[in-house]
Design a protein around this ligand. Structure first.
Ligand code: UD1
Length: 427
């Protein structure tokens, strides 16, 4: 168990570079399986989830190599296996993305079902429904999905509009790229990560239209060729640094960002009294004193992202007034509120809503990170709190944030990483 220790009360000042997107890069790594040849992906973040996906690709016989920091060369010409190892799928649900490309390229995929997750039920039934619609025979036995289709056939696929699954949209899009004929995905997700994946596929020779809309049309092609593509900036990391500044106070400029991917977050923070300026690829955040209470409801893009909901929970816990936070995507995404309550927050969770009465300040305490986003939110709570906060489970944060502690330190945060509970801290 690794620990992050924060001494709260310091304002943040300076510039912080935003890394490539975790959720944007993972689909590209899976998509590279479709390509007979070499793909080069730039702006790849050095985070644990990317390393897990690379292990997965290597296990399937794909050659991967970093030729410079953040520049990854992938060669899937000699794909050897169509079986995804369980120990990698259980580490990270995103690795289920290999299913669509394996099926499309080889006609076979044997991928363990990823199972539940601490933020709530996360089935893959929509992914499987899509593979079946494309003509695959799919069985699920012993926790393993086996899919077979000598050749996938284009189809009209209707996803549940109430849930709008990012993962299913991407997996089905990947599979349909090499299918015979045209596939239409209705109620497709419009997240920037879906759009980036579609643009990558286009660069490699796929034929897609309706990209960025809720009706995605994919005309199957014979094969994809190698291409070069730059992964989009991580809007969740950017949002996390924006909220960090909002709760700790100070003035921070985020570099290498896409403000147009963060409209709902910018508007929410402005409503909370935070001053925000931005240009094409930067965002400046200035905050002083307690934020104002703002109600939010998570929603598919362009709505407020569920991954940043815990950060808003931290801001709400020290806001002037009462905020209502509604979570509509994942049913157990309020796990972090028990930990915040240990730091003095006044939060009551009723079903899918949290009622947060702002208190003047939080106080440091030992707390437990239970997932990537909850972990980051607890670090933010530590920055805003009085005294020392110990966040156990730092390895969750490493899954999705590149050099999180170092970046916050460079902004003046008093934050350290400890190797194990009770052991001396590493700087
Ligand atoms: C992705 C992101 C995650 C983000 C989420 C929602 C990655 C690696 N992860 O997760 O950070 O929080 O989008 O924006 O990109 N569902 C089903 N059946 C399915 C698939 C999904 O019922 O087959 C449900 C889920 O339980 C959830 C909702 O649909 O309630 C949305 O999930 P989905 O968009 O698929 O999330 P992920 O792609 O897993």
């Amino acid at each position: 168990m690794e620990q992050i220790v924060v001494s709260g009360g310091r304002h943040l000042h300076g510039k912080v570079p935003i890394s490539g997107s975790k959720n944007g890069t993972l689909p590209l790594l899976a998509a590279a399986l479709l390509v007979e040849g070499e793909t080069v992906i730039e702006n790849v973040p050095d985070i644990h989830d990317v390393r897990t996906m690379l292990e997965m690709l290597e296990a399937l016989g794909v050659r991967t190599e970093f030729t410079a920091p953040g520049v990854l060369r992938i060669d899937a010409t000699d794909l050897r296996s169509t079986e995804a190892p369980y120990h990698l799928v259980r580490k990270m649900r995103g690795s289920f993305y290999v299913a669509g490309p394996l099926l499309a390229r080889t006609g076979h995929a044997k991928v363990p079902l990823p199972g539940g997750c601490v933020i709530g039920a996360r089935p893959v039934d929509f992914h499987i429904q899509g593979f079946k619609a494309l003509g695959a025979e799919v069985t699920e036995k012993g926790g393993i999905m086996k899919a077979r289709a000598p050749r996938l056939r284009g189809a009209r696929i209707y996803l549940d509009p109430r849930l709008r699954s990012v993962g299913a949209t991407i997996n089905i899009m990947l599979a349909a790229t090499l299918a015979d004929g045209t596939t239409t995905i209705e109620s497709a997700s419009r997240e920037p990560e879906v759009v980036a994946c579609a643009e990558f596929l286009r660069e490699c020779g796929a034929n897609l239209s309706g990209v960025g809309s809720s009706t995605l049309v994919i005309r199957g092609v014979e094969r994809l060729h190698g291409c070069r593509f730059r992964s989009i900036p991580d809007r969740m990391e950017a949002g996390t640094f924006m909220y960090a500044t909002a709760v700790a106070g100070g003035e921070v400029v985020l570099e290498n960002v896409r403000p147009d991917h963060l409209t709902s977050v910018i508007e929410t923070l402005q409503a909370a009294g935070v001053t925000i300026g931005y240009g094409d690829d930067w965002i400046r955040v200035q905050a002083e004193g307690r934020p104002e209470a703002v109600d939010i409801m998570t929603a598919p893009y362009p709505g407020f992202p569920t991954d940043l909901q815990p950060n808003h929970g931290v801001a709400a816990s020290i806001a002037r007034g009462t905020s209502i936070i509604e979570e509509t995507i994942f049913d157990a995404r309020f796990n972090y509120t028990d930990e915040l309550a240990r730091m003095g927050a006044n939060i009551k969770v009723v079903g899918r809503a949290a009622i947060v009465k702002g208190v003047p300040r939080l106080s440091g305490a030992p707390v437990e990170a239970t997932d990537i986003r909850a972990g980051a939110a607890l670090v933010l709570a530590g920055l805003a709190a009085e005294g020392r906060t110990e966040i156990n489970g730092a390895e969750f944060i490493d899954r999705g944030y590149e050099r999180f502690v170092e970046k916050l330190r460079s902004l003046g945060g008093e934050i350290l990483r400890c190797e194990t509970r009770g052991a001396p801290c590493l700087v």
